[in-house]
Design a protein around this ligand. Structure first.
Ligand SMILES: [Zn+2]
Ligand SMILES: [Zn+2]
Length: 248
């Protein structure tokens, strides 16, 4: 399976996952015209997209959803999350239930609940018949045991590594925003992400993509170092046991 991160961060998130026969997107959080262009850049025809899976209804995840209307692509989201998604034609709105695996050609898509200040936020796992598995875990205040179980044995992890708590505390953000980011339903800190990956990585050559970094309260090198150190404690070496890339 091939994973292309077309956009990452608070200005927009969009991830393309494709097998030999099927392409899906997770989130469409940049302008539709930009998605069109970036899809073309990586050789994906928008008409070939089988479905879009939405993590939650914040603008940086849904801004470009009118692409679904243009190409008649079904859009899946948690049932209650549709309360905050208003830019998709009704006939394309689909519900992704956590307990039901969706089969799309040669892909199997499952969802797990995340912890974020949205109505019904989710992360997704996408498997193919060859045993490849991509997990996408974006905005969430913490990672629970169910999420770990759902994501385990992935070959690719796309996970947010949003902020360094000390940088948030020292930032110019209003206190309300600071406490939101740092809360249990906010975003993952570098060490939370490192903690989750220490439970997930088995040294099988997995690919990690650290995404959704805060532009003002994180540094790509710091995010990577936090994960690399945590995995080294478990005996796993970068580029030998796993690969890591920061998409900021
Ligand atoms: Zn969000
Ligand atoms: Zn976000």
């Amino acid at each position: 399976m091939k994973v292309d991160i077309l956009a990452s961060g608070s200005s927009g998130n969009c991830i393309a996952v494709r097998s030999e026969n099927t392409t899906v997107l997770v989130d469409a959080g940049i302008a539709r015209t930009k998605i069109d262009k970036r899809l073309l850049d990586v050789g994906i025809k928008p008409t070939s997209i089988a479905a879009i899976f939405v993590t939650h209804g914040h603008a940086d995840h849904i801004k470009g959803l009118p692409i679904a209307n243009k190409y008649k692509i079904p859009v899946y989201a948690g049932e209650d999350e549709w309360k905050s998604i208003k830019n998709v034609d009704p006939e394309l709105q689909a519900i992704k239930r956590t307990e039901k695996i969706l089969e799309l050609n040669d892909l199997f898509i499952d969802a797990f609940a995340t912890h974020h200040d949205a109505y019904d936020p989710h992360g997704y796992t996408i498997r193919d018949r060859a045993g490849n598995k991509v997990s996408v875990c974006l905005d969430t205040g913490h990672v629970d045991d169910v999420m770990i179980r759902m994501m385990s044995d992935s070959t690719v992890y796309v996970i947010e590594s949003n902020h360094e708590p000390k940088m948030v505390e020292a930032s110019q953000y209003p206190n309300s925003v600071k406490s939101r980011v740092l809360s249990d339903v906010g975003h993952l800190s570098n060490s939370q992400t490192a903690g989750a990956l220490s439970r997930l990585i088995k040294g099988m050559g997995e690919q990690i993509y650290l995404t959704h970094l805060s532009a003002s309260n994180n540094l790509p090198a710091l995010a990577e170092m936090t994960v690399v150190r945590a995995l080294l404690k478990r005996g796993f070496k970068k580029n030998i046991d796993y690969k890591i890339e920061v998409i900021s």
